[in-house]
Design a protein around this ligand. Structure first.
Ligand code: TEU
Ligand code: CA
Length: 564
C-alpha cells in the first residue's frame, strides 16, 4: 500500500470472540462484525486488524490454529468472511488478518503427522529434542503461560518446543518447506483481497543455535526465556525472504508483534529501504508498570512513572524518524484497559480516556484503537477466578495458589490489574442485557458498567469519548504535521504533565497532557515561540483567551494546538 495513504490511517482492532454475536450462541462472529461496519465507518477508521478467525481448538482463543485456510465454525463460514471483506472494502476499510506462524495448534495436521515418527515428512516442521532416560529437560526455558517449554512426545521419545501453551508447538523456520507453507497461505488470503497482516510474535521465529539455557534470575529451575528467542540469528533474513517472495507482489500493510524488541531491531525491520515490514508492535511502554527483572514478569506490579513513559516513547519517536515507522497503541487483547491502567476509571473516566487518546494520537506513527477503547471501556474485577477464561491468567493463578501457596485474594488482585481478560469482556453496544452483545449467554460475562458505558449512549452524547476519538481520527486526515511532523519532547523531568511538539516547516503542533487527577500548572518553554495559537481539540472547554504559554491544567486535561 503506498506509504502516503497508510501513514494517515488509523487501525481498529477487532477481537472477534467479544465483538458482536449475530446468532445468540454467546460468541461473537463474522456476521456480527458485518452488522457493525457502519459503526466503524462512522468512527472514521480505515483499517481493521482482525484477531484470528481460523479453525482452532481455542486453547489460546484462536492463536492456536489447526487450519489456516478455514474459518472457525463458531465464527461462521468462508462465505461470511467474503461478505464481511466485501462490506469493508465497500466502505473504504481495509483488512489486516492475524498471521500466527511462530506456532500452530497441536491439532494441525502438520503436527498430527509430525508427532507420529521421526522420519515422518512433517517431523522437521517442528523443534524436537531427545528425551533422556531421566526425563531431564533440554534447557531451563519457561513457557509464556507457565511451566517448561518442553512437552514429552512418547511416540518418538522426544520433547517438542512450545514457547506458549503445550497445544501451540513452535514451527521450525530453519526448514525451507515450513517457510514455503507460510508464504503459500499468505498468498491464499491476499488473493482473496485481504490487505495485509498483523504478524504474531514474528520476532520469535528464528531460534538461537543450541537453544542454550536462559540466564538465572530467580529460584527454581525454569527461567523467563522470551529474551532467548526474540532476536534470532536469521530473523531479518527470513523476513526479507517473506517480503521478496510474498509482500512485494501485493499492496500490503504489515505490522510485526515483537516482544522485547530493541530500537536496533525496530530500525532494521521497519527501515523503508532495507527492512521488511511497515511497522512493529514493540512493548517497552507496556512493561513500564512491572518491576524490571522480577521473575514474576508483568504480575510484579509497580506504578507507572510518567518520566519513564516519556523517555520510552521519545526513544522510539527519535529512533525511527525518517527511517522506519512506529505503531502507536496503549491497548490490545493482551493488555488491560488504558483508562483503568494509566487514567482513572472512576470520576475522571471520560476526561482521562480522552487525555490518553490525545497523548497517543498526537505522536508520529500509526494509531491503533482496540475495540471498546473508543468508549472508554474499563477493566473488570470479577470476584471469582471461575469467571476468568484466559489461559495465561488461569495458569498463573493455579501456579501461584497451588504451587507457591500465595493468598488467592492477593493473586486475584493482581489479575484485576493485569489480566488479558480485562480487554476481552464483550463489547458494550447498549445498556440492555449483556450490553447488546448477544441475545444468548455470553462466553464471558459483560462488564456490569455497560449500563453507563456503551456505544449507543456515547453516540447520543456529543461530548462522549466516542465523538472525541472520531474527531482525533479525522484530524490525522487533515493535518500533515500530525503525520510528518518531527517530534520533540518538552520538560522530560516533569512527573505530571507530558508535553511535546511536532514540527513540519513553520507549523508547530503542541500536545499537552496532564496525567494526574490534580490541577497542574503548565508553562511553555520560552524556546517554543509563536504568535498565534489555534486550539484543535481539548477534553475540557478552554477559554480562547487562555494562552498556552502558561496555564492551569484541570485533572487529566489535554489540549492539542497548532502554533504559528
Ligand atoms: O502475544 C505474544 C505476547 O507477547 C503475549 O503473550 C504477551 O506477552 C502477554 O500476553 C502479555 O501478557 C501474542 C498474541 O497477541 C497473544 O494473544 C497470544 O497468546 C500469543 O502471541 C501466542 O500466540
Ligand atoms: Ca455467535
Amino acid at each position: 500500500m503506498p506509504a502516503a495513504d497508510w501513514k494517515q490511517s488509523v487501525v481498529y482492532q477487532i477481537y472477534p470472540r467479544s465483538f458482536c454475536d449475530s446468532n445468540g450462541d454467546g460468541v461473537g462472529d463474522l456476521p456480527g462484525i458485518t452488522s457493525r461496519l457502519d459503526y466503524l465507518k462512522a468512527l472514521g477508521v480505515d483499517v481493521v486488524w482482525l484477531s484470528p478467525v481460523y479453525r482452532s481448538p481455542n486453547d489460546d482463543n484462536g492463536y492456536d490454529i489447526s487450519d489456516y485456510r478455514a474459518i472457525m465454525d463458531e465464527f461462521g463460514t468462508m462465505a461470511d468472511f467474503d461478505t464481511m471483506l466485501a462490506g469493508m472494502h465497500a466502505r473504504g476499510i481495509r483488512l489486516m488478518m492475524d498471521l500466527v506462524v511462530n506456532h500452530t495448534s497441536d491439532e494441525h495436521p502438520w503436527f498430527q503427522q509430525a508427532r507420529q515418527s521421526r522420519d515422518n515428512p512433517y517431523h522437521d516442521y517442528y523443534i524436537w529434542r531427545d528425551m533422556p532416560a531421566d526425563s531431564s529437560l533440554p534447557n531451563n526455558w519457561e513457557a509464556a503461560f507457565s511451566g517448561s517449554v518442553w512437552e514429552p512426545n512418547p511416540a518418538t521419545g522426544e520433547y517438542y518446543l512450545h514457547m506458549f501453551s503445550k497445544k501451540q508447538p513452535d514451527l521450525n523456520w530453519e526448514n525451507p518447506k515450513v517457510r514455503q507453507e507460510v508464504y503459500a497461505l499468505m498468498r491464499f488470503w491476499l488473493d482473496k483481497g485481504v490487505d495485509g497482516f498483523r504478524m504474531d510474535v514474528i520476532n520469535m521465529i528464528s531460534k538461537p543455535a543450541g537453544l542454550p539455557d536462559a540466564p538465572v534470575i530467580r529460584a527454581g529451575h525454569l527461567q523467563p526465556s522470551f529474551g532467548m528467542v526474540t532476536n534470532g540469528p536469521r530473523l531479518l533474513e527470513f523476513l526479507r525472504e517473506m517480503k521478496a517472495q510474498v509482500l512485494d507482489h501485493y499492496e500490503t500493510l504489515t505490522v510485526g508483534e515483537a516482544p522485547l524488541a530493541t530500537i536496533q531491531q525496530g530500525q532494521d525491520i521497519t527501515n523503508v529501504y532495507t527492512g521488511a515490514l511497515n511497522m512493529l508492535f514493540q512493548f517497552e511502554h507496556m512493561d513500564l508498570d512491572a518491576i524490571p527483572g522480577d521473575g514474576r514478569g508483568k504480575w510484579a506490579l509497580k506504578p507507572l512513572a510518567l518520566t519513564d513513559l516519556k523517555a520510552s516513547m521519545s526513544r522510539w519517536q527519535d529512533a525511527l524518524w525518517q527511517t522506519g515507522w512506529n505503531s502507536l497503541y496503549l491497548s490490545n487483547h493482551d493488555q488491560p484497559r488504558p483508562v483503568s491502567r494509566w487514567g482513572d476509571d472512576g470520576v475522571y473516566r471520560v476526561a482521562s480516556a480522552k487525555m490518553l487518546a490525545t497523548f497517543l494520537h498526537g505522536l508520529q506513527g500509526t494509531p491503533y484503537v482496540y475495540q471498546g477503547e473508543e468508549l472508554g471501556m474499563t477493566n473488570v474485577r470479577f470476584a471469582r477466578i471461575e469467571d476468568y477464561r484466559d489461559i495465561e491468567t488461569l495458569n498463573m493463578y493455579r501456579e501461584a495458589v497451588q504451587d507457591r501457596h500465595e493468598a488467592p485474594a492477593e493473586v486475584l488482585a493482581r489479575i484485576h490489574v493485569k489480566s488479558r481478560d480485562n480487554a476481552r469482556t464483550p463489547m458494550q453496544w447498549d445498556a440492555t442485557a449483556h450490553g447488546g452483545f448477544t441475545t444468548g449467554t455470553p462466553w464471558m460475562q459483560t462488564n456490569p458498567n455497560h449500563t453507563e458505558v456503551n456505544a449507543a449512549q456515547a453516540r447520543d452524547d456529543a461530548d462522549s469519548v466516542w465523538h472525541y476519538y472520531r474527531r482525533l481520527i479525522a484530524l490525522r486526515k487533515q493535518l500533515p504535521v500530525l503525520v510528518e511532523g518531527r517530534y520533540a519532547l518538552l520538560q522530560p523531568e516533569d512527573p505530571n504533565v507530558y508535553a511535546y511538539i511536532r514540527t513540519l516547516g513553520d507549523e508547530v503542533l503542541l500536545v499537552v497532557c496532564n496525567f494526574t487527577p490534580r490541577e497542574q500548572v503548565f508553562v511553555l518553554p520560552p524556546n517554543v515561540a509563536f504568535e498565534q495559537q489555534q486550539l484543535l481539540i481539548a477534553n475540557y472547554v478552554v477559554n480562547a483567551a487562555d494562552s498556552v504559554r502558561a496555564c492551569t491544567l484541570r485533572p487529566f486535561e489535554a489540549r492539542m494546538l497548532v502554533l504559528r
